[in-house]
Design a protein around this ligand. Structure first.
Ligand SMILES: [Mn+2]
Length: 291
């Protein structure tokens, strides 16, 4: 397939604008209105079937008060024989979806986005996932790869950090580790624009939020108090069965494989973790024909 660099760049630029101008965005947080519906997902990692099922089942055009939360779309396993990985296409589909439904599609920044922005970091099977990603852009946009890469970087930099709902629900890619909750720079959620210091490895609040892994119910409770939330849904930690809960305030969901799940919720009802558990939907239960 022949790709037109100008058109792809235009999509990323427009989606970036929509992210920045999101009518529900306040600083780095998207604040969803009451009595709406929100479908929280886990990391997608270029799982194209799950993405198609999700978008098909959501029927955003027929459900104007339904929101879709997307994160960590890039870096999957569609490699060609030369090690080029083309999840830029997934990102592009998501960017176009944001342009089509700017008030209903919302992103969360994830650690793979940050790695791609910095062009470094994550290795998979001895290969740099960022390099493999850039190599596919070079393959698909000969002579224009740098400008496509820049538009992707700018799009990724425009992603908000968190989404919150009137019922105390909070969505982010991950949460800060226990030992970072106390010293965490909570001002990052109101700050705009963010600075390189915010993204800094290990010490920046963006990094700490989206890379965090070691948290316990006690640390989560403290973070909840700090941000005024009561219940969290995140991704980031792979879940073979699709999901897991941590204590009574956190559900982790994964959308990157066949047993993956997503979580339809109301922005106003209150839930326990068990109630959220019972609302999980497996992608295998969704017919592709729904789309
Ligand atoms: Mn992650």
């Amino acid at each position: 397939m022949e790709w037109n660099a100008d058109r792809v760049i235009e999509s990323f630029d427009n989606a970036k604008e929509e992210n920045v101008l999101d009518r529900y965005r306040n600083g780095q947080v998207v604040e969803l209105p009451a009595d709406h519906e929100v479908w929280m997902t886990g990391d997608i990692h270029d799982h194209r079937t799950n993405f198609k099922k999700l978008v098909g089942a959501a029927k955003l055009d027929e459900n104007p008060t339904r929101h879709l939360v997307l994160h960590e779309l890039l870096h999957g396993d569609h490699f060609d024989n030369d090690g080029r990985e083309d999840s830029w296409k997934m990102l592009h589909m998501a960017a176009e979806l944001k342009c089509d439904f700017p008030d209903q599609v919302h992103f969360l920044m994830a650690n793979h986005d940050l790695a791609q922005i910095h062009g470094e970091g994550i290795m998979k099977a001895g290969l740099s996932v960022c390099e493999a990603f850039n190599k596919a852009i070079k393959r698909d946009f000969p002579g224009h790869d740098m400008s496509v890469q820049v538009s992707i970087t700018e799009f990724l930099l425009s992603l908000p950090l968190a989404i919150r709902c009137p019922n105390g629900l909070w969505f982010s890619h991950s949460l800060p580790a226990d030992d970072q909750v106390e010293g965490f720079d909570y001002g990052v959620f109101e700050r705009s624009p963010l600075t390189p210091k915010d993204y800094a490895k290990r010490v920046g609040p963006v990094y700490q939020l989206i890379w965090g892994r070691k948290y316990t119910p006690a640390g989560i409770a403290k973070f909840a108090e700090k941000v005024g939330a009561s219940l969290f849904v995140t991704g980031h930690q792979p879940q073979e069965s699709g999901s897991t809960s941590v204590g009574d305030q956190l559900m982790i969901v994964d959308s990157s494989h066949n047993q993956g799940v997503f979580l339809p919720l109301s922005t106003s009802d209150t839930y326990t973790v068990d109630e959220m558990q019972s609302r999980l939907r497996k992608y295998v239960s969704v017919d592709l024909d729904d789309s």
